[in-house]
Design a protein around this ligand. Sequence first.
Ligand code: ATP
Ligand code: ATP
Ligand code: MG
Ligand code: MG
Lengths: 264, 264
Amino acid sequence: MKVIAMCNQKGGVGKTTLTRELGCYLAYAGEKVLLIDADGQANLTKSFFDDEPACGLYEAILEGPGSPVTLTPVRENLKLLSGSIRLSLLERQLAGEIDGYLKLKRLLVSEEFMRACAHGSSQADDSRAGGSDLIIIDTPPSLGILTGNALAAADLLLIPISPAQYSLQGTSDLLETMEKMRKTLNPRLAPLGVIVNAYSTITLISRELVGELRGVFGELCFQEELGRSVRFEEAIAEKKGLVDLAGANWSKSREEVVALGEAV
Amino acid sequence: MKVIAMCNQKGGVGKTTLTRELGCYLAYAGEKVLLIDADGQANLTKSFFDDEPACGLYEAILEGPGSPVTLTPVRENLKLLSGSIRLSLLERQLAGEIDGYLKLKRLLVSEEFMRACAHGSSQADDSRAGGSDLIIIDTPPSLGILTGNALAAADLLLIPISPAQYSLQGTSDLLETMEKMRKTLNPRLAPLGVIVNAYSTITLISRELVGELRGVFGELCFQEELGRSVRFEEAIAEKKGLVDLAGANWSKSREEVVALGEAV
Ligand SMILES: Nc1ncnc2c1ncn2[C@@H]1O[C@H](COP(=O)(O)OP(=O)(O)OP(=O)(O)O)[C@@H](O)[C@H]1O
Ligand SMILES: Nc1ncnc2c1ncn2[C@@H]1O[C@H](COP(=O)(O)OP(=O)(O)OP(=O)(O)O)[C@@H](O)[C@H]1O
Ligand SMILES: [Mg+2]
Ligand SMILES: [Mg+2]
């Protein structure tokens, strides 16, 4: 089981978009995937469900060991540990606790979590471990306790960036945070890479920025990129991933998601 | 002196872009404007200066009464109380304090602040009050202590939104937070309005979303909108506002900023 944290404290760069599109593609390709919505805005959850599931990540962390964990099925091979506005309360509630940053990490190895993974969203007795091949954690646009929990629980860090001056400025803070996390709570955390998202080829400045970003990150930057396209917004409206949408006209963005999914 | 807080916990909707463009336009039109960068990412500060000023909002809040406040001149009629990564420390440092949410409000009425406003960025002795007609505060994409300080210090709340499903979902939390703030720390806080930013007219879903957003917010939503345009990114590269950029080709986005500036 691989755990990926999708992080960038810069807002609106595509953390949620990449989490849902990669999750849907890899499930479509046959991997057993679990998405975790660790953002109080719960955009990931709302992008799949009109009504927020009653129990999610907040309940699983707060109620602690012994109480069942609820995973909500999204499509075949894809489950969600849902988010809610209540998660923003966790930032304050966990602030003082010594193990405030380790709550998610502990949850992912707990009996209850293993049980919920193995058997759909019901809390069956059979405690066979695992069930998911891959977990992707969506995080809020800040370097607070929720993002800290995701970094402490993850094996790999994926950073979406958009071709903008602000992207060049903010990502060094994030790599610094990763180093700090590696030295303190999670020595196995490694960068999986940086993904350029929502570039538009028609403008010169966009191409220049992508060139600069590739220069800064080198090998760390995936070759595959996602262009800006209205298809992503339409996919949210249909509560599905691009790969699950009917109609050939999804082809360009869909192809980009598939290529990226393969690379990841 | 009017104080406007620019808030939306959804990331990447244009808080920083609108703060800097409205600030530059209103200064160009003759108003004395102060921008405050209350975001740890310090995008607003970095969009004007390659090197971050040594002293800014963090120092002003932490050092408290008695120590001078440093305002950095940006252009004629425009000053900046700069941000820095150190502001993210404030979130934790102020978490326990009873008056943690009132630090910025207190700063804006302090002797030292008045002095700094009156005479450029030096800390002259003449303590004539005021100096700025308008203050706009840029905030981070979260509803934490920094945004709380901005809401407590402000007279008016301006909410940028982008035509996206997530915008429709997140803004009710923000209006709820405003109500809560009004009942507890700041009874005079009133909504100035909601501004649609970065729409692209060519897609149907974008036009539908703008229609839906106008339906939800009614009168609260400004008629004036900002279209998506690469000019904004180019303006950041030049470290200037759109109104200060040479060349007639800035016309469409510049006209939109002027119209919006007039309305505000
Ligand atoms: N490649 C793309 N093309 C077009 N639109 C995109 C693309 N990627 C993301 N978007 C849109 O841009 C907006 C921001 O993306 P998203 O919400 O995924 O970013 P985020 O980093 O998760 O934001 P936050 O910081 O608020 O969590 C959304 O409305 C999304 O639909
Ligand atoms: N009208 C627009 N047209 C084109 N690009 C825009 C427009 N408004 C904002 N942008 C770009 O979109 C990105 C996000 O905007 P901005 O950083 O101002 O949002 P924000 O809400 O301040 O983000 P954060 O939540 O991280 O503070 C920036 O790269 C900016 O240059
Ligand atoms: Mg998100
Ligand atoms: Mg900003």
